[in-house]
Ligand binder design. Structure first.
Ligand code: 3PG
Length: 211
């Protein structure tokens, strides 16, 4: 999938659920729950041993755009793309991982926490970055300040985003989307509480549409 279509879809949805996967067999129910809630993208983090299998399972459901998160090395990037992940997300900016993604034309959203890192992302040819950890870095005001000097960059604040502060973030013009684990926490996935996940997704989508 080309970079522009992935990021177009993410910025249309405005909310990317971040998931720490357990059993790959739970992915089908999870993806359906997110679809029912109005969401079409998901970031599955490589923070569990089952993550690559979970990505494979999730990508079987055709219309969901599945990305891999917490990508820390080229090897992890290769494994995620091998499992058919359509985009990569990192918590920080690693030039080796970003370079690999650029060479292989895989959409990547590296994490940034400073203006210098954001400028590095731009000079690497990127237009979409994750601000992490957003809330701890000062929240929506920090995103606003970075966006004011780098308006060409779309920012995805992640870390501490919930329904309570979602509107603050989505009000910032340079915010392309937000990411977070609050919609589909690991416990709810493990216990099959998919209706709760759908409800949280619906509530987030309703707020995002009111912006
Ligand atoms: C991530 O994986 O991107 C973050 O850990 C998500 O942060 P949150 O759990 O505060 O939403």
């Amino acid at each position: 999938m080309v970079e522009s279509s992935v990021f177009d879809r993410i910025t249309e949805d405005r909310i990317v659920p971040v998931v720490i996967p357990g059993e790959p067999g739970q992915m089908e129910g999870l993806i359906e729950a997110l679809f029912r809630g109005g969401l079409g993208t998901i970031e599955i983090t490589l923070r569990s041993e089952t993550a690559i299998d979970a990505i494979s399972a999730a990508t079987k459901q055709n219309n969901m755009i599945v990305g891999a998160g917490t990508v820390l090395s080229i090897e992890q990037a290769e494994n995620a793309v091998g499992a058919r992940a359509k985009f990569l997300v990192s918590p920080g900016f690693d030039p080796a991982v970003v370079g690999w993604a650029r060479r292989n034309e895989v959409p990547i959203t590296p994490g940034i926490a400073t203006v210098s890192e954001a400028m590095r992302a731009i000079s690497s040819g990127l237009h979409f970055v994750k601000l992490f950890p957003a809330e701890q870095l000062g929240g929506a005001k920090t995103v606003q300040a970075i966006g004011a000097v780098l308006p060409e960059l779309k920012i995805m604040p992640t870390g501490g985003v919930t329904l309570k502060n979602l509107t603050d973030y989505l009000s910032v013009p340079t915010v392309g989307a937000v990411g977070g684990t609050w919609i589909a926490p690991a416990d709810d996935i493990a216990n099959g509480h998919f209706a709760k996940i759908t409800e949280r997704a619906k509530a987030a989508v309703a707020l995002s549409l009111s912006r």
